[in-house]
Design a protein around this ligand. Structure first.
Ligand code: MG
Length: 294
């Protein structure tokens, strides 16, 4: 199933995408529940409870999609340098404060987080915060959404804890990422986590082997398979859950492939008026315009 969160006639809704991807059917839930998007639906499914009743289908083009989880329950877990070619590209860019001489490829997963409030929808603006940073970069990423929670999850069991997937743009202020010797600040600015267009359940998308792409103004910049992750999804879940209890609806962004803006000489940072399109086979696409925010 595909769970979409959207605004219809000014009212927040959460529902199922139709099989033809042209319609949506809202669940009959309170406005407060609907405003949390897919999160309460993933929670009830993880408890083994049935889906809420569905209302009459409405045309997809009559609604405005929001992020499927517009208010994540806590920070979004993210993995850095998780594709070989990107790890080399980043280490060679001069922006990688985590790089060690001769050690471009990490030996264990590098985790950081983004604050929940930086999530925006699949057509919302990415803001360039003028006076704070203009070294703004894009990163297409497959995001894993946890279903059944747990702690000490072994890699062999990890896929049973994956509810499904969505697309995330791990937008980054490169100068802040470099200068402050950690990645949280420069990756958590307002609007720095476009998400969507919906959640896709794991039975409808093989997140372990799907193609991810990023276009800027129609130019293909990133194009890779998640089969090429350095640390695969089971390993990421085993590592993360060793000491941290995972909950239904937790989001794990799995890293970005080669082709980010700082991989070019000179860097190709996002500019006012750019359009960033992210696609993942089996999920869909998101299109976020870029604007300078004085
Ligand atoms: Mg990233």
């Amino acid at each position: 199933m595909k769970i979409a969160a959207f605004i219809h006639d000014g009212v927040p809704c959460v529902g199922l995408l139709g099989a033809d991807s042209q319609s949506v059917q809202a669940f009959e839930v309170t406005r407060a529940v609907a405003a949390k998007g897919a999160l309460p639906i993933v929670e009830l499914l993880s408890r083994g409870e049935p889906l809420p009743k569905l209302l009459t289908p409405i045309a997809l083009d009559s609604v405005r999609l929001t992020a499927p989880i517009p208010q994540p329950r806590r920070n979004i877990f993210c993995v850095g340098k998780n594709y070989y070619a990107h790890a080399r590209e980043f280490a060679g860019s001069g922006f990688d404060s985590s790089a060690k001489a001769g050690g471009d490829i990490p030996e264990v997963p590098i985790y950081f987080t983004k604050v929940p409030e930086c999530v925006v929808g699949p057509t919302d603006y990415i803001d360039i915060p003028v006076g704070v940073s203009e070294a703004i970069d894009y990163e297409v990423e497959l995001a894993v959404v946890i279903g059944k929670g747990g702690k000490g999850i072994k890699a062999a069991d990890a896929m049973q804890h994956v509810w499904g997937y969505t697309i995330i743009n791990d937008v980054t202020a490169r100068d802040w990422q470099q200068r402050h010797l950690q990645w949280h600040l420069g990756k958590s600015f307002d609007s720095f986590c476009p998400m969507g267009p919906w959640l896709v359940s794991a039975d409808e998308c093989d997140g372990t082997n799907t193609q991810v792409r990023c276009y800027v103004n129609g130019e293909l910049r990133q194009n890779a398979s998640t089969a090429d992750l350095i640390f695969n999804i089971p390993t990421l879940i085993e590592t993360l859950s060793a000491g941290i209890t995972l909950y239904p609806g937790d989001v794990i962004a799995t890293g970005t492939p080669v082709g980010v803006g700082i991989g070019f000489k000179p860097p190709k940072y996002l500019q006012h008026g750019d359009l960033v399109r992210l696609e993942i086979d089996g999920i869909g696409s998101i299109d976020n315009p870029v604007r300078r925010l004085p």
